[in-house]
Design a binder for this molecule. Structure first.
Ligand code: SAH
Length: 334
C-alpha cells in the first residue's frame, strides 16, 4: 500500500487499478500513513494556518428534489425560510467583527431568490466589505446568471458533483450534463471554483469514486469539498447508512496529495459524523473550516441531514472553541 501512497505524493496521480487497490485495501495503518503524508503536504503549502469561512445559509427553499437532501422540495416537514438582504448583511457584520473575511452564501435553488435579488445581495456585500471574498453555493444557474453575480463581485462558487452516479441521487429532470456545464461556465467566467463529492452515498461504488477522482483531476478546481453522506429522516434515503469516517479521510488525503494547493475544508458533515471530525479532517490534509454564521433562529431549519452540527466550534460565535481545538493539534486560525 505504501508504494501507491508514496507514488501518489510524488506523481500526484495513480493509474485506475492503483486507485482501486488503495480504495479497497487501505487498512488502519495505511490510512494513518496517507493521512500523515497529506497533512505534511498541507503544512508545506499552508503552514499550520487554517482558513475560516463564514457560512450564511440564505434559504432552505428549493425547487429540486435530490433524494439525499433534507431541504428537498418534497419534504413537507420543514419550516421554510428565506433571509432578507438586511438579515444577510447583519450576518456579514457580525462575521466581520469576529474576524471573518470570506462569506459563503449557501442555499437551496429558491425560485424567489431571483438573479436580480442575488445580484443585489452580492453587490451590497461587495460595497460594504471590499476587503472580503464572496463565495456562492446556490446550485445550478444559467451562464448569464453566473456572469451577473461575478460582475456584482462574487469571487468563488461551490457546486458539488457526484458525476458517476448522478442518476441514482437525483430525480428525472435534473441532468448530469447541465451540472457539468455549470462547472465549466464557472471556471470560464473566472470564479475560483469548488466541487466535491459525498462519500458513501447510496449506490456509490469504488468504480464511481475512481471516476470521480479522475474527473476532479481533469477539472482542477481551486476548492474540493469532501464530506460523508448522512441520511435525513424525511428523504427517500432515510434508511441508508452514513458514509464512514475512514473512507472520508482516505478520500480527503487522496485529494490533498493530488491537489497540494487546493482549499479543502474539514466539512460540517464530517464534524457531525464524529465529535473530533474537524480535527481528524485537518490531520488528514484539510486546511479550511466553515463555521456557521446564519441567524440562530434559522439554523435548525437548514437541515440537510440528521443532527447537522451548527453549535460550538461549528458556529461563528464559537470561534474561541475552534481556536482551542486547533491549538491542541498544533494549528491556528489564519
Ligand atoms: N443547492 C446547492 C447547495 C446546498 S447543498 C447545491 O446543490 O449545490 C450543500 C451541500 O450539502 C452540498 O454540497 C451537498 O452535497 C451537501 N449535502 C446535502 N445533503 C447531504 C446529505 N444528506 N449528506 C451529506 N451532505 C449533504
Amino acid at each position: 500500500m505504501r508504494q501507491w501512497i508514496d507514488k501518489l505524493r510524488e506523481e500526484r496521480t495513480l493509474r485506475p487499478e492503483e486507485f482501486r487497490q488503495l480504495l479497497t485495501e487501505c487498512d488502519g495503518e495505511s490510512l494513518r500513513y496517507i493521512n500523515k503524508q497529506a497533512q505534511e503536504v498541507s503544512l508545506r503549502h499552508f503552514g499550520n494556518r487554517i482558513f475560516i469561512r463564514g457560512l450564511i445559509e440564505v434559504s432552505n427553499c428549493c425547487r429540486n428534489n435530490c433524494y439525499y437532501c433534507g431541504i428537498r422540495k418534497g419534504n413537507p416537514n420543514l419550516e421554510r425560510y428565506r433571509l432578507s438582504t438586511e438579515n444577510i448583511l447583519n450576518c456579514c457584520k457580525q462575521g466581520y467583527g469576529l474576524g471573518f473575511r470570506t462569506f459563503v452564501l449557501q442555499g437551496g435553488e429558491d425560485p424567489a431568490l431571483t438573479e436580480e435579488r442575488i445580484e443585489d445581495i452580492v453587490s451590497t456585500i461587495r460595497r460594504s466589505y471590499p476587503d472580503c471574498a464572496i463565495t456562492l453555493s446556490l446550485g445550478e444557474k444559467s451562464r448569464e446568471a453566473y456572469e451577473r453575480f461575478f460582475q456584482a463581485g462574487a469571487n468563488r462558487y461551490l457546486l458539488t458533483y457526484d458525476k458517476e452516479h448522478y442518476q441514482q441521487l437525483h430525480p428525472a429532470g435534473m441532468s448530469c450534463e447541465h451540472r457539468l456545464q455549470c462547472l465549466r461556465d464557472l471556471k470560464d467566467i473566472g470564479y475560483q471554483t469548488g466541487t466535491g463529492i459525498m462519500v458513501g452515498s447510496p449506490g456509490q461504488t469504488i468504480e464511481h469514486l475512481i471516476q470521480d477522482i479522475l474527473f476532479i483531476e481533469q477539472l482542477r478546481p481551486e476548492m474540493i469539498g469532501i464530506g460523508p453522506f448522512l441520511p435525513h429522516r424525511d428523504t427517500p434515503f432515510a434508511q441508508s447508512p452514513s458514509g464512514t469516517v475512514e473512507r472520508t479521510l482516505l478520500l480527503l488525503s487522496i485529494f490533498r496529495l493530488m491537489h497540494p494547493s487546493a482549499l479543502i475544508p474539514a466539512t460540517t458533515a464530517l464534524a457531525t459524523l464524529t465529535p473530533d471530525g474537524r480535527e481528524q479532517g485537518i490531520l488528514a490534509g484539510a486546511n479550511v473550516v466553515m463555521p456557521n454564521l446564519s441567524p440562530q433562529e434559522e439554523r435548525k431549519k437548514y437541515n440537510l441531514y440528521n443532527n447537522k452540527a451548527s453549535l460550538g466550534a461549528e458556529s461563528a460565535e464559537g470561534l474561541n472553541i475552534l481556536q482551542q481545538q486547533l491549538e491542541k493539534i498544533g494549528y491556528q486560525i489564519s
